[in-house]
Design a binder for this molecule. Sequence first.
Ligand SMILES: [Zn+2]
Ligand SMILES: [Zn+2]
Length: 351
Amino acid sequence: MRLNFKMKKMKVMLLKEVKNLSIWEDPLVLEEIPIPIPKEREILVKVSTCAVCRTDLDIIEGRLPPTKLPLILGHQIVGRVVERGRGANEFQIGDRVGIAWINYACGICKFCRSGFENLCDNFKATGKDVNGGYAEYITILEDFAYKIPTHYSDEEASPFLCAGSIGYRSIKLANIKNGDNVGLSGFGASGHLVLKMVRYLYPDSKIFVFARSEKERELAEELGAHWTGDFEDLPPEKLNVIIDTTPVWKTIVSILKNLEKGGRLVINAIRKEEHDKAFLTNLNYERDLWLEKEIKSVANVTRKDVEEFLSITEKITLKPVIEIYKLEEANKALRDLKEGKIRGAKVLKIS
Ligand SMILES: [Zn+2]
Ligand SMILES: [Zn+2]
């Protein structure tokens, strides 16, 4: 039986103003608002889980300002289709779907037409430009929802929609050849998915993991890293590629010297934090960049990235390490993330 959602309300965690996430003030407020009505070609999804991302902190604290307020954050969503708008027929009621950071791309600008819809002039991001998944329900154009591989639970699949997919895009941009030495700078939610993917895609490559915390280094070794160390430590070999998932500058300045001639550093971060920008003055052109070394950033994801990544998760077991919070505990999850209490991904269990 189809339920009528029109008069009903849903619980959401709402961001009303951009502010620093301090210990004494919660940035998100629990409220009840009407359940959105799916427009043409949209589906209404009952959210089961939504993973928490470092980008959510960037939005809350204004490094990546939201385009609307109040705003519902969250862009790593798994849920089930409960209603379909006019013309939406790709999914059935009850289907499990995922929603990622890419909420909309126009399909007609020069970037969309050349396979770079992640750089679309009219790109819209879930949980930044439009409401996201820190809520009981969400609407999305059906073309921007994905089928989730069956052998993962909702909780396990949630971090695939950002940490995993953007991690996959950074691997693609790194242009790795099997056998290359691959460095990973930082080892949070994205880092450990990247490690598993690199091992699968490039079985002869050695992986070198730089992480501050001993716990993270232990996890990296358990997962098959060839070498682990702190950011200032020197690995025994030069690295052809380094993928950076840290939020700061200091790490980059410390590890660039490990790059092999012609090597590439890929920075997988939407914004770097401002507080340690001064470290950039330690960058040494001759040591860190000369000899055709490159630095490249990753921006957003394409639907193809998400789809390709999800299909990889069907071939290898990528059970992410996760920590569960209730929707009402979103502030706590964000604070734990900011304070670096990480062993894997933080996921809100909503229904
Ligand atoms: Zn994210
Ligand atoms: Zn476009």
